[in-house]
Ligand binder design. Structure first.
Ligand code: HEM
Length: 502
């Protein structure tokens, strides 16, 4: 046994399908306990201090887990690993190639127009769905619709190609891709329960392989299409310009097989995450009309009329960012994350863990720690506003929705841009209300944190005349910030909430 015996560290057989029980477990066992999951021995870490300790001791080449099932597929099919599954110096090399155009603000903001086009299609889609299937007001299973938005959004950034996901009839390949991602995520935790030697004999291993085959096939088709269009342009002596994939293909830093490995993983990582987060955000906004009204006021003050927001406008929407941040605290789409101590022993509290210990960082449990987030079960975006008293008390490792350090999320900036552009536009067009006949929707873990049942919401048109410049914000507690509109600068008084045009 790896673990140093201690009173705090209790052996516990645990079913990881019930990861949401981590809160319960941390209450019973304290912030550090050991559990067994199939062949894996896991050290669970459920306090902000201990999570910080683990993450600060990781080496130059952090490893999340060795992901044996995901890696085995690639070995079976001779495919390359992408940033999610690669390890060691090759992981570092891949990240150094992929990072700049995913994380540098100037590159990310260049995707604004592309994403705004996708947002426009989503707005139309909402109105169509309401008319055709929602009695003029309801959108059923919002997450499924947002999934198509997120898939279209990430494809438009990576491939500069529109997939037609928001057309009335979704292309068959796309629909199958969506299905395959779901299947792969659902089968993953079952497969790792078994030792690797028996995988080839498991019926769901075959399904798992078939799901991955399809994911790679779709990505390959898209890459092939782009290569052909580049070749055609070169042939015609036309200049070749483009964003993400074009840049990768032209830069010669990766082979086409490596590009395929990475693009497949980017598609996979970038769809369920963003769509689930936006679903939860709209679900909460529908429950909280005052928060929604404040957000509407902020959006309209920065970006009045029918103007489309751009990344500079978004920079002037602190309340929008606080709302998304609070959504990610209450519903961390990656509820638990892993780390393996490959380089060194790791000290946590008064325990020394040897090399190769597998840590499970219980982010979901810590996000609900009342000491860090008072009234932790309530949706309170103001706790993220600059100047809020709660903010100064917050532990920086209390909520880490995008992870931490050099292995943190590669798509964070793109995901944020997508979410901000979508939410701000939706607010301009619609008031979102709960389904009057609906009941509470709870989160469930299917590798990612998903709604346990469909989220149905009403989308009520904002009268066109209402979409005018607004210079008042009713109450934005604790925030004394400046809202620079395109035409004006308003100082928002944080006591009265009134905005005073400068
Ligand atoms: C709301 C949206 C998203 C959330 C909450 C999220 C969250 C995360 C988290 C928690 C990790 C693990 C970080 C760690 O181990 O420290 C991660 C990794 C990753 N994410 Fe995201 N993600 C989101 C969207 C995206 C998007 C849109 C993309 C693709 C463009 C993406 C690509 C990746 C990749 C490739 C990794 C693996 C990075 C590595 O291991 O080097 N994510 N994400």
């Amino acid at each position: 046994e790896h673990i140093a015996p201690s009173e705090n560290v209790i052996k516990n057989k645990e079913n990881s399908f019930q990861r949401l029980r981590k809160i319960e477990h941390s209450r019973i066992y304290g912030p550090l306990w050991k559990s067994k999951y199939g062949p894996l021995v896991v050290v669970n870490v459920a306090s902000a201090e201990f999570i910080e300790q683990v993450l600060r001791q990781e080496g130059r080449l952090p490893v999340r887990t060795d992901m044996p099932h995901w890696r085995s597929y690639r070995e079976l099919r001779n495919q390359a690993h992408g940033p999610l599954t690669e390890m060691g110096v090759n992981w570092q090399r891949i990240r150094s190639i992929l990072n700049p155009r995913m994380l540098k603000p100037k590159h990310v903001s260049s995707y604004t127009n592309t994403i705004n086009d996708v947002v426009s299609d989503f707005i139309h889609r909402v109105s169509l769905l309401r008319e055709t299937n929602g009695g003029g007001v309801m959108v059923h299973d919002l997450t499924a619709e947002l999934y198509k938005f997120a898939f279209e959004g990430i494809c438009s950034v990576l491939f500069e190609t529109r997939m037609g996901c928001m057309n009335q009839v979704v292309p068959e390949e796309t629909q199958k891709f969506i299905f395959s991602v779901g299947e792969m995520f659902q089968l993953s935790p079952i497969i790792v329960l078994f030792p690797k030697s028996v995988w080839p004999y498991l019926p769901f291993w075959k399904q798992f392989v078939a799901a991955w085959d399809h994911l790679f096939k779709v990505a390959e088709g898209l890459i092939q299409q782009k290569m052909e269009s580049i070749q055609q342009k070169v042939h015609l002596d036309q200049s070749v310009e483009g964003a993400y994939l074009t840049h990768l293909l032209l830069s010669d830093q990766m082979t086409v097989t490596e590009i395929l490995g990475s693009i497949t993983e980017l598609l996979l990582a970038g769809v369920d995450t963003t769509s689930n987060t936006v679903s939860w955000c709209l679900y909460e906004l529908a429950k909280q009309p005052e928060v929604q009204e404040q957000l509407y006021q902020e959006v309209m003050s920065v970006c009045p009329g029918d103007e489309l927001p751009n990344s500079e406008d978004i920079a002037r929407m602190p309340y929008l960012k606080a709302i998304v941040r609070e959504t990610l605290r209450l519903y961390p789409v990656v509820p638990g994350n892993a780390r393996v101590s490959v380089d060194n022993e790791i000290v946590v509290g008064d325990h020394l863990f040897p090399k190769d210990t597998l840590f499970h960082l219980c982010h979901y449990a810590v996000s609900y720690d009342e000491h860090i987030y008072p009234d932790a079960h309530s949706f309170l975006p103001q706790r993220w506003l600059r100047g809020a008293p709660e903010k100064s008390r917050q532990h920086p490792f209390g909520s880490l929705p995008f992870g931490f350090g050099i292995r943190a999320c590669l798509g964070r900036r793109v995901a944020e841009l997508e979410m901000y552009l979508l939410l701000s536009r939706l607010m301009k067009h619609y008031e979102v209300r709960p389904d009057p006949a609906g009941t509470a929707v709870k989160p469930i873990t299917r590798t990612l944190l998903c709604p346990a049942k469909p989220i149905d919401l009403q989308f009520v048109d904002r009268p066109a005349k209402q979409r005018r410049a607004v210079y008042t914000i009713s109450v934005v507690p604790y925030s004394s910030y400046f809202v620079k509109t395109r035409h004006n600068i308003s100082h928002i008084n944080h006591h009265s909430g009134a905005a005073v045009p400068a």
